[in-house]
Design a protein around this ligand. Structure first.
Ligand code: SF4
Length: 385
């Protein structure tokens, strides 16, 4: 199979809301447990160390009608919350044994409560991340939180999770993060060789399979990409911001790239690039994960920075990427993304950095208005800056 054919196959897997890779894993591991991970970041290492399959829960991507979820959660919340619940109510997540939600927003908190009530056979946990990063208690608090997650998995799986098993899992996820960063480096430096759309498919499929299966896929893809012969093209280099939780329709990424934007960096599937360095593979593994979260996390709208200014962190990220502009693509009704848009657009105006902002939702089917906006944005950056 060629690399392009493989990408088509991964796209088919991503779009299949019956979770075919999870079913296959369950058949091979009849007693195995599956842990659903709601974005943005969750410690996949712990589920892996328990011998379980961690799986990214990214909603239905517009593939199901919302027939049942609106009777249990507000209709004026983001699509990912409604469609994830819809998947549950249609019994498409019945293979999941444990679900983790995190303290990213009130909607995620609400969803975790609704899930617990509606699916009493599944174990649900709402993970509280530290907020006051300047306090020494942040590390202690988060390590204790991780310890509780380990206990939860031990109860679900009926066996102890050793420190050694967690260290081995950390090493594997370090390798996966390294390879994902390599994929990003390629698309940043040579977007005509690898588009963001392709990089996304390649990385997203890894949220649906064991990390041991995804690592060779990434290695082989990087080798295939290196053999591609495509002439360089002129692009406007941008950062895509705001898509850290609910993922934009794949077609939207294509439209932005076809309009002449090279997405040098983005906040899609952020958990695969969450840390700026490697998590130590020796010593206390929970302490290592806690310290990595506090000291080496990439910029994100849903992470707290303690005494450090969010605006300064955001501008630092923009400058480091040496881009021509910023595209704010925020899910409809997503408070964290939309509040950041309001906060940061003034900063960009002061700094003379071009930007474009729009909202999307999973069910979006027409992209012509966004195509026109993106083409106008590209022209204005190319010819007037
Ligand atoms: S898309 Fe936004 S509002 Fe919805 S769950 Fe995610 S962070 Fe919260």
């Amino acid at each position: 199979m060629t690399f392009e054919e493989q990408l088509e196959e991964y796209q088919r897997i991503i779009g299949d809301v019956s979770f075919p890779t999870v079913k296959k894993w369950k058949e091979a591991h009849p007693a195995g447990k599956v842990v659903g991970m709601f974005p943005v970041y969750t410690p996949y290492e712990l589920a892996h160390a328990a011998g379980m399959l961690p799986v990214g829960l990214y909603g239905a991507g517009g593939m199901v009608e919302i027939d049942h979820a609106d009777s249990r959660i507000q209709s004026f919340v983001c699509s990912i919350a409604r469609s994830t619940l819809e998947l549950g109510l249609r019994e498409l997540t019945k293979d999941f044994d444990v679900l983790w939600f995190t303290s990213i927003c009130d909607v995620a908190r609400n969803l975790s409560g609704v899930w617990e009530t509606n699916f009493p056979k599944q174990a649900v946990r709402y993970i509280h991340y530290p907020q006051n990063m300047g306090s020494p208690a942040a590390r202690t608090h988060y390590r204790a939180e991780l310890r509780e997650l380990v206990t939860m998995l031990e109860d679900a799986g009926g066996r102890k999770i050793t420190d050694d098993a967690i260290r081995k899992s950390i090493a594997l996820y370090n390798e996966q993060r390294r390879l994902c960063a390599e994929v990003y480096e390629i698309k940043r430096n040579a977007p005509w060789i690898l588009s963001t759309y392709e990089a996304y498919v390649l990385i997203r499929v890894g949220t649906l399979m064991p990390v041991e299966d995804h690592i060779p896929i990434l290695r082989s893809a990087i080798a295939s990409i290196g053999e591609r012969k495509r002439p360089p093209r002129d692009f406007v280099r941008v950062i895509l911001e705001g898509s850290f939780c609910e993922q934009p329709p794949l077609e939207l990424l294509k439209v932005l790239e076809e309009s002449g934007c090279a997405i040098a960096d983005d906040d899609l599937l952020l958990h695969t690039r969450w840390f700026t360095g490697e998590v130590p593979e020796d010593g206390d593994p929970l302490g290592a994960l806690a310290s990595a979260y506090i000291d080496t996390t990439r910029y994100s709208s849903v992470r707290h920075y303690g005494p450090r200014s969010r605006k300064a962190e955001f501008l630092k990220k923009i400058r480091e990427q040496n881009v021509d502009g910023v595209i704010f693509a925020a899910p409809k009704f997503c408070e964290p993304a939309l509040l950041d848009y309001v906060l940061f657009k003034d900063e960009l105006e002061k700094a003379g950095i071009a930007y474009l902002g729009f909202e999307y939702e999973e069910k979006m089917g027409v992209f012509e208005s966004i195509r026109t906006q993106a083409e106008t944005f590209v022209e204005s950056v190319m010819f007037f800056s």
